[in-house]
Design a protein around this ligand. Structure first.
Ligand code: SAM
Length: 287
């Protein structure tokens, strides 16, 4: 199969010269598919983010195969080698430490390079923390935004937080347990405490838990707790109907920023009124 052949059918897996993107479990090793195991067993090479991690899965299912390391530190050197091996007819599987390669994990760059060479890529789907958290959150799931890890640089972070706070769609965010409290405080500042949220911890594992229901409650429940384990956050979008409370929150924040930058209250209010479609007097009333 290539980009022009809509009617061809695939041969028995794994096929020569094909790159397989293989999803692996995000905790519970029983979540691996039979198809993924077959590919990991039979491909010419398994390129893994961390060979020790992949060995754990392979040994649980009594599989042995040739493993090479492929991660963000060595991808520039490894991609040309993998492309060469594919062109020579080898079949190669890419796996990350957990979940779907390419989703906040190595995989994105190699698929781009391999596609450019006209080599076939087949995804063997598996668990993904974002989707697992989303579907168990009870929040709207037919349309959503995945932000992955938010940027660390404060100005970039605030831009994204503002975008998230105004989004009508459900947002999914990855975060480390160490930085969860900081992120929750930022979400409180940008979205307000009433915004619905679910913090999913240790999905698919023994100590899986879902903490909700809104930002205020989650902050209260988690305060003074030593948070460990893997965390995915699902945040409800803003109500379609204009949310005045949220408008007030953001306008107050913008007003502070403008006044700190040297504008008078009157000039800042005039600017924000125009920008947000309010009268100047309405801005005064809000604050
Ligand atoms: N490729 C993975 C996927 O498909 O979900 C994500 C890899 S990313 C490096 C790791 C982040 O995913 C973690 O920091 C956490 O935010 C989220 N994550 C992974 N496993 C998780 C789990 N079992 N429970 C909750 N979140 C998880």
């Amino acid at each position: 199969m290539n980009n022009n052949s809509l009617l061809s059918h695939r041969k028995e897996e794994p096929e020569n010269g094909v790159l397989y993107i293989v999803g692996t479990p995000i905790g519970n090793l029983n979540d691996i598919s039979q198809r993924a195991l077959n590919i990991l067993k039979k491909v010419s090479i398994v390129a893994c983010e961390d060979t020790r991690q992949t060995k754990k899965i392979m040994s649980k299912f009594n599989i042995s195969n040739k493993l090479i390391s492929f991660n963000k530190h060595n991808s520039a050197i490894k991609i040309p080698k993998i492309v060469k091996a594919l062109k020579e007819g080898k079949s190669i599987a890419i796996v990350s430490d957990a979940g779907m390669p390419g989703i906040c994990d190595p995989g994105e760059d190699i698929t781009k390079s391999v596609k450019l060479e006209g080599i076939d890529i087949i995804c063997v789907p598996g668990a993904c923390a974002a989707i697992t958290a989303l579907v168990s959150s009870g929040l709207p799931s037919s349309s959503f935004v995945f932000e992955g890890f938010l940027p660390r640089k404060q100005s970039d972070r605030e831009k994204i937080l503002l975008k998230i706070s105004k989004n009508e769609k459900t947002t999914i965010i990855y975060e480390s347990p160490k930085r969860l409290c900081k992120l929750l405080k930022e979400l409180l500042e940008f979205c307000g405490g009433d915004r619905e949220i679910m913090v999913a911890r240790e999905l698919t594992k023994k100590f899986e838990e879902h903490v909700g229901n809104n930002i205020n409650e989650v902050i209260e429940l988690l305060k003074d707790k030593d948070i460990i384990g893997e965390i995915t956050i699902v945040l409800k979008g803003i109500n379609k109907k204009r949310d005045l409370n949220h408008d007030k929150l953001i306008i107050k924040k913008d007003l502070n920023d403008l006044i700190n930058a040297g504008l008078s209250l009157s000039a800042a209010s005039k600017y924000l009124a125009k920008k947000n479609g309010f009268k100047k007097s309405e801005i005064y009333n809000m604050i």
